[in-house]
Design a protein around this ligand. Structure first.
Ligand code: DON
Length: 575
């Protein structure tokens, strides 16, 4: 018999009444809840990596909250039901377009602690020690998520206490895990033992199996402190004390001052037009929006719409744009509060045309020859959620611990994983991080600096009206997956389902290979190899959560089509 926690039943009951959504269910059984891969409705939609999190968001829309309320509740629920990436111990970005035409960008990326320094991950022979930047206490940046949620709350309608309540109940009462979640938890048991002195909620004597209940009482208490004390319930008082105590157990360096001083920042979005659509995406300290703009603008005037989806011609063109963007990423991009990044030059059409001058259709480029552009001196595991509401608000959030379960260190007594985001810095120029991304001085470690990201939460308008919310996890494959999703819909006319689920590819300058998913058609990879490309087959690329927004029955209403990626337990809700 499967245990059905009260909250699950409550959510299912709450959502089963009064719903007008069209549901397409996955064949996979999933504990006591249902995973929906597609949902449509005229009132609002939420897509995230977990059904219980999507349902928590939808519940807020039904209670009269807007897309920001839903995004906050979904993120908090993900911190409980999707511990590999959902988090309060990590960081993220929110890109939103509000019904009054205002765009909001929130940067709640982790920061290097005050005691961090440039060569902190090098041994005495100046060789990088990746074990230190990728796991354990020293790999954690100062968490930003809770500050980000409170910064977002300014734009929400419901009390924060209500938005966090589903997360508290899920942590307290527990929830049934799926086969995928069981296998994910089983895969980190050794790491948990290695990086934790105190036993965590995620450890178990016998292997986890589908239908087991994951209880997180310490996390429930931490969430309650946040509910009662606001942001201070995390960055000061008991939670902060527990984080600092955890740091002391294994040479971690996050201090009480680092926590107290952390602030989310509002930033200006990357905004540009693409074939009549307005694309609004994440600026630095993410490279995502800039890479997206560069890639779309390098291909916009090349007739890609005539080449067709998965045509070798289109894939080659997109690959060469990606190669050039990632070369620029490595050379120029970093936290704009610390380094001057020539963003305007990097996104100018004349510069991008120049970058593509040596593109030869039918012949593979070469990353030995293609370096970063010349600009005159003048700046696995993540999760994405997309929300849209009946008023025309759109919210895209990508949030992360970096690798799955971050540093693998749980704050004892507080019950949450800390990130290993420090690895997103360039630990040494020329040394790739865990995603193979290279960096230079622009992304070197400095105290208080934010590490460069690839996360690309994005919203699109068409003729000034809400059109799409999109984003994905996937490290460096994030901007290239968002690039493909947009081109798939705008240029190739794919359905949102196909745009999300059809096999994806990726190029990131170095290593000079095209990554393709296992099920990528062989005929295409054969042709690319003949042109001179090296093909690398790999596991899944991203988990894209997309909402396409069309007109509703009247001019001022909408129809939402929410698609959850087939690559995981991801779930779409709408009503
Ligand atoms: O910020 C970044 O770009 C990375 N820390 C994201 C990591 C990620 O997407 C892993 N997920 N699969």
């Amino acid at each position: 018999m499967k245990y059905i926690p009260a909250i699950t039943v409550f959510l299912l009951l709450a959502l089963s009444c009064n719903t007008t959504s069209t549901k397409q269910q996955s064949a996979e059984p999933a504990g006591s809840y249902i995973i929906q891969k597609k949902a449509t409705g005229g009132n609002g939609a939420v897509v995230s990596a977990h059904p219980l999190a999507s349902q928590a968001g939808l519940m807020m829309l039904k209670k009269g909250g807007n897309a920001v309320d839903a995004a906050i509740a979904t993120q908090l629920a993900l911190a409980v039901v999707y511990p590999g990436a959902g988090n309060i111990g990590g960081g993220g970005f929110m890109v939103a377009y509000l019904k009054n035409g205002k765009t909001i960008v929130l940067d709640y990326r982790e920061k290097a602690p005050g005691k961090a320094y440039r060569d902190m991950y090098l041994d005495s022979a100046k060789n990088p020690v990746m074990a230190l930047s990728q796991n354990g206490h020293l790999s954690s940046g100062v968490p930003g998520t809770v500050a980000g949620l409170f910064a977002a709350h300014k734009y929400a309608l419901l009390p924060f206490a209500a938005l966090i309540q589903p997360a508290i109940e899920l942590a307290e009462n527990g929830f049934p895990i799926t086969a995928a979640e069981a296998s994910s938890l089983n895969s980190i048991q050794k790491d948990l033992q290695q990086y934790n002195a105190v036993k965590t909620a995620f450890q178990k004597e016998s292997p986890w199996k589908a239908g087991d209940t994951l209880h997180q009482p310490e996390l429930a208490k931490t969430l309650q402190r946040i509910q009662n004390e606001g942001q201070k319930g995390f960055y000061e008082g008991e939670t902060a004390r527990l984080i600092v105590e955890e740091m002391k157990r294994a040479n971690g360096i996050i201090s009480p001052e680092d926590l107290k001083q952390y602030q989310a920042k509002e930033r200006e979005p990357v905004t540009f037009s693409y074939k009549g659509y307005t694309v609004i995406s994440m600026p630095l300290p993410s490279s995502g929006g800039i890479i997206l703009e560069q890639c779309l603008k390098m291909t916009e005037n090349k007739g890609i719409e005539k080449m067709g989806f998965h045509s070798v011609k289109a894939i080659q063109l997109m690959t060469e744009a990606e190669r050039r963007s990632f070369a620029d990423r490595a050379a120029f991009l970093g936290d704009p509060d610390f380094v001057k990044v020539p963003v305007q030059q990097l996104t100018r059409q004349t510069y991008l045309d120049e970058r593509m001058k040596d593109f030869v259709p039918g012949k593979a480029g070469n990353s030995e020859i293609t370096k970063a552009g010349e600009v005159k001196k003048e700046s696995e595991e993540t999760t994405h959620l997309s929300v849209a509401d009946r008023w025309g608000n759109m919210v895209a959030v990508t949030t992360t611990l970096n690798a799955g379960y971050g540093s693998k260190t749980v704050v004892a007594g507080a019950g949450f994983f800390l990130n290993d985001e420090m690895d997103d810095f360039s630990v040494k120029p020329g040394v790739p991080n865990m995603y193979g991304a290279l960096g230079t001085e622009a992304n070197a470690i400095q105290p208080g600096k934010r590490m460069l990201s690839s996360m690309t939460p994005t919203v699109l308008l068409h003729d000034g009206k809400p059109f799409m919310v999109v984003g994905t996890p996937g490290g460096t494959t994030i901007p290239t997956s968002v690039f493909q999703s947009i081109v798939n819909i705008i240029d190739f006319g794919l359905s949102p389902e196909d745009a999300v689920n059809k096999p994806k590819f990726h190029h990131q300058w170095l290593p000079d290979v095209i990554d393709v998913e296992e099920d990528f058609p062989q005929t295409i990879t054969d042709s690319l190899q003949q042109m001179g490309y090296t093909i690398h087959k790999r596991g899944h690329i991203g988990r894209t959560e997309l909402i396409r927004i069309g007109e509703g029955k009247t001019d001022s209403t909408f129809m939402f089509e929410a698609i959850a990626d087939k690559r995981g337990d991801d779930d779409a809700e709408a009503y």
